[in-house]
Write a protein that binds this ligand. Structure first.
Ligand code: SF4
Length: 368
């Protein structure tokens, strides 16, 4: 494949493009050769058309996408897809912009991907959110009807999120509740991890299929395990070392946040393995705040932040190294070594992707 074609199509060198695709594919559970396959698809000019609608939300998911590092996930996604309609990123406005939605739907009927950010108000006939003079529920229904796939990004689009918190004055619901009978891929998170969108889009663009989902519509590659299973503070939980208050000695030493209300034991997500903005430690527990359960329907914005959760998996995973010294009291050195082992295991994939994602001219030999 002539790499100039790819370079023109993606603004990245072919080698960098394939490397980033491969790292992202591996991170979300796609086979390693998916990156190469993706580059081939882009070289052929086969970019899936994407329509991105915004409703009741804060635009945090779009912001999170745009804040990824270079060569960023946002940049990669924008290179992989043809983002034909996005209300936040569009330069055009008014009637001219609205006409883009109609023409995109017409030209790509049955083939485009619809990404929805934000909840849909249904109370009082859906009068609480209009965009371009049309009710949210009406535009959503109309655009979803001709979509090849519908992705709900973020907790608001997945379940209703903050707008649906009691007393839910607008009757806010998630996309799957608003579009009854239409399959919807849910990527909850407040914000959603951009890598999870990337993995879903990569699979659809490459294979024309959507990832395997759990019973709530979440891709299993990202939401099969609870955070508690892969948390870097798990060794502290298993050994009974808990922060009792923000700023106390245990909190300052990075102990388990369960007693501060951590929802990690009940929250399915991959935040501990794929941190945000590609910055190690950039996720709530990594920054010292308990998980609030934003990827779990009925937890975030429903259960008080500092309320304790039941523990379903009290025993350590088989792959998790023990931290108990052979005898006597707990050694801080043993804890530290165990933490390093766990950190090395959990961080290996991340470190690999960082290495692969080094920008051109900063450590990787360019092919073109
Ligand atoms: Fe990590 Fe929270 Fe589990 Fe503690 S309770 S190990 S902080 S997920």
């Amino acid at each position: 494949m002539p790499h100039t074609v790819v370079a023109e199509a993606t603004a990245l060198s072919r080698r960098d493009f394939v490397k980033v695709c491969t790292a992202a594919a591996a991170a979300v559970g796609l086979p390693a050769w998916a990156g190469e396959k993706m580059a081939e698809q882009v070289a052929k000019g086969k970019k899936p058309s994407v329509i991105w609608l915004h409703y009741q939300e804060c635009t945090g998911c779009t912001e999170s996408l745009l804040r990824a590092n270079a060569p960023g996930v946002g940049e990669l996604i924008l290179d992989l897809i043809s983002l034909d309609y996005h209300e936040t990123l569009a330069a055009a406005a008014g009637y001219q912009f609205e006409a883009t939605l109609e023409s995109t739907m017409k030209e790509n009927a049955g083939k485009y991907v619809l990404v929805v950010e934000g909840s849909i108000p249904l109370k009082d006939g859906g009068v609480y959110c209009y965009v371009g003079g049309e009710k949210a529920i009406d535009t959503l229904t109309r655009v979803a009807e001709k979509a090849a796939a519908v992705i709900a990004i973020g907790s608001c689009a997945s379940w209703g999120g903050i707008p649906s918190a009691s007393p839910n004055p607008t009757g806010a619901v998630g996309v799957s509740q608003a579009l009854k009978g239409k399959p919807v891929v849910a990527l909850p998170g407040c914000p959603a991890n951009p890598y999870n969108l990337l993995g879903t889009v990569l699979q659809f663009a490459t294979f024309g299929t959507l990832p395997a989902l759990d019973d709530k519509g979440r891709p299993l590659f990202a939401y099969a395990r609870v955070i508690h299973e892969d948390c870097p503070r798990r060794a502290h939980f298993d050994n009974g070392r808990f922060a009792q208050a923000f700023g106390d000695p245990g909190h300052r030493q990075g102990w388990c946040l369960y007693k501060l209300g951590c929802k990690g034991p009940q929250t399915h997500a991959n935040c501990s393995l794929l941190n945000f903005c590609e910055l190690p430690g950039a996720w709530p527990i990594g920054l010292g705040h308990p998980c609030i359960g934003c990827t779990e329907q009925g937890i975030a914005f429903n259960v008080p932040i500092h309320q304790n959760m039941p523990i379903d998996k009290p025993t350590a995973p088989m792959a998790y190294p023990g931290v108990n010294p052979p005898q006597g009291h707990q050694s801080l050195i043993a804890v530290g070594v165990a933490g390093l082992v766990v950190g090395a295991a959990a961080g290996a994939g991340y470190a690999a992707s960082r290495k692969l994602a080094v920008p051109p001219g900063q450590g990787t030999k360019k092919e073109d």
